[in-house]
Design a protein around this ligand. Structure first.
Ligand SMILES: C[S@@+](CC[C@H](N)C(=O)[O-])C[C@H]1O[C@@H](n2cnc3c(N)ncnc32)[C@H](O)[C@@H]1O
Ligand SMILES: [Mg+2]
Length: 216
């Protein structure tokens, strides 16, 4: 199996299970038009986040790393009336595109986009959150995870994206962003505050994966 086949399988299921969606498709188009990096979750991963948030009836969601708000929109759509989503983005150019995408989706009253470095914003947030999606600069994964724990309720779910990176996670000499994942995995070893696993994924975005943790 190669990336071409994984991509074709993604397309097959996307057609079957995730029909064209004008708001989400426009968000991706706006991201492309603004020349933002194509590092958003794939549609099937976005829907997985959406379904997980629904499965646990999340009312309060925190996202670290907005980009163009593609994953943000998937997550916000899982919220019941009165729910809220706080998303953090450091790059002003990304935030401009994200705000436009959020407005087009009609979700301005639900999504609270905070601009700035996540580690500056997190201490001022009020929890508890039911669901946290960590998908920003990977080097700070351990710090983001600690904040996610502080701001979450028991039973909350924390997802950390991009933890496999074509298998580079196995390399103790790998680049710094991979070290950020390895530091997190080491921190979680024997950590009684959470119960965690990691899943590998393949698809149009290549070979990657995520850590899923439930707060004890
Ligand atoms: C992988 S992208 C997020 C993708 C998005 N979650 C999605 O799937 O559609 C990572 C984002 O984190 C932002 N970022 C990087 N460092 C950050 C920091 N220190 N604080 C907040 N955001 C940061 C980047 O500018 C980028 O937009
Ligand atoms: Mg990601």
């Amino acid at each position: 199996m190669d990336k071409q086949t994984w991509t074709a399988v993604d397309a097959y299921f996307a057609q079957a299970l995730m029909p064209a969606d004008p708001v989400l498709d426009a968000a991706l188009a706006a991201s492309r038009d603004a020349a933002l990096p194509a590092i958003n979750v794939a549609p099937n991963q976005g829907k997985l986040l959406h379904l997980m948030a629904r499965m646990m009836a999340a009312r309060n969601i925190l996202e670290i790393g907005t980009l163009a708000a593609y994953s943000t929109l998937w997550l916000a759509r899982a919220l019941p009336a009165g729910g809220r989503l706080v998303t953090l983005e450091a790059d002003p150019a990304h935030a401009v595109v994200a705000r436009a995408n959020i407005a087009r989706a009609g979700l301005e009253s639900v999504i609270d986009l905070r601009e700035g470095k996540a580690l500056d914003i997190l201490p001022g947030l009020t929890g508890p959150f039911d669901f946290v999606f960590i998908d920003a600069d990977k080097t700070n994964n351990v710090h983001y995870f600690e904040w996610a724990l502080k701001l979450s309720r028991p039973g909350a779910v924390i997802i950390v994206d991009n933890v496999v990176r074509d298998g580079k996670v196995l390399d103790p000499e790998a680049e710094e962003k991979v070290q950020g994942v390895r530091r997190l995995a080491e921190r979680l070893t024997g950590d009684s505050r959470v119960s965690a696993t990691a899943l590998q994924t393949v698809g149009g975005k290549g070979w990657d994966g995520f850590i899923l943790a439930v707060v004890n």
